[in-house]
Design a protein around this ligand. Structure first.
Ligand SMILES: Cc1cc2nc3c(=O)[nH]c(=O)nc-3n(C[C@H](O)[C@H](O)[C@H](O)COP(=O)(O)O)c2cc1C
Length: 176
């Protein structure tokens, strides 16, 4: 075993897939890239995620308590990196980067039409926001695109490095 700098630990554990988080505030939609998220409950599905207070999305998520988590496949990887490297404060990223904002059913934040799945969410717990920028979201409605079969997701390893989903293996499960 060799020493690993603590600053690199996240590169081992960032689970992915990298997702997009959309918000809409005062009639303007925005989108950011996010890989610090995890499931915390099956049903209703609860997702914990870290949205930095340096991000414009932090302000819009705090203000509206609604968002969409959109899951991009490999073909969107370069757009994901662009989205994650600029602020939407004064820019319409949907337009400048070339993504389609589609209306959601239960929240103001838009779906991303090019993504293979979209999850409409509301913020249900903000206890750890001040300490860790950690929001707990409840998924209210989920959509998938039937035209995108077997999408490969991307997983962030830091500084422009990503791992792409590989082969699927099936093992016997004893869970019902
Ligand atoms: C692959 C990738 C993953 C990222 N994951 C996160 C994350 O989990 N949380 C976060 O706050 N920012 C994350 N970022 C950075 C934000 O996407 C970035 O700061 C973005 O510009 C914020 O946009 P906004 O200011 O329009 O909200 C990530 C960026 C990339 C490229």
């Amino acid at each position: 075993m060799r020493d690993l700098p603590l600053a690199k630990v996240y590169q081992l554990l960032e689970p992915g897939p990298v997702v997009l988080l959309t918000t809409a505030h005062k009639g303007r939609a925005n989108v950011m890239a996010m890989s610090w998220h995890m499931m915390v409950e099956f049903e209703p599905p609860l997702i914990a995620c870290v949205v930095s207070n340096a991000d414009y999305s932090y302000t819009t998520l705090r203000a509206t308590k609604q968002c969409v988590i959109a899951i991009p496949a490999l073909k969107l990887a370069s757009k994901v990196v662009q989205i994650g490297n600029c602020s939407g404060q004064g820019v319409d990223k949907f337009q400048s980067i070339g993504l389609t904002a589609a209306p959601a059913k239960l929240v103001e934040a838009p779906l991303v039409a090019e993504c293979f799945a979209n999850l409409e969410c509301k913020v249900v717990d903000t206890h750890l926001v001040n300490k860790y920028n950690l929001f707990v979201l409840e998924v209210l409605k989920a959509w998938t695109d039937p035209a995108q079969k077997h999408p490969k997701t991307i997983h962030h390893h830091g500084y422009g490095s990503f791992v792409v989903d590989g082969e699927t293996i099936k093992l016997k499960s004893r869970m019902p």
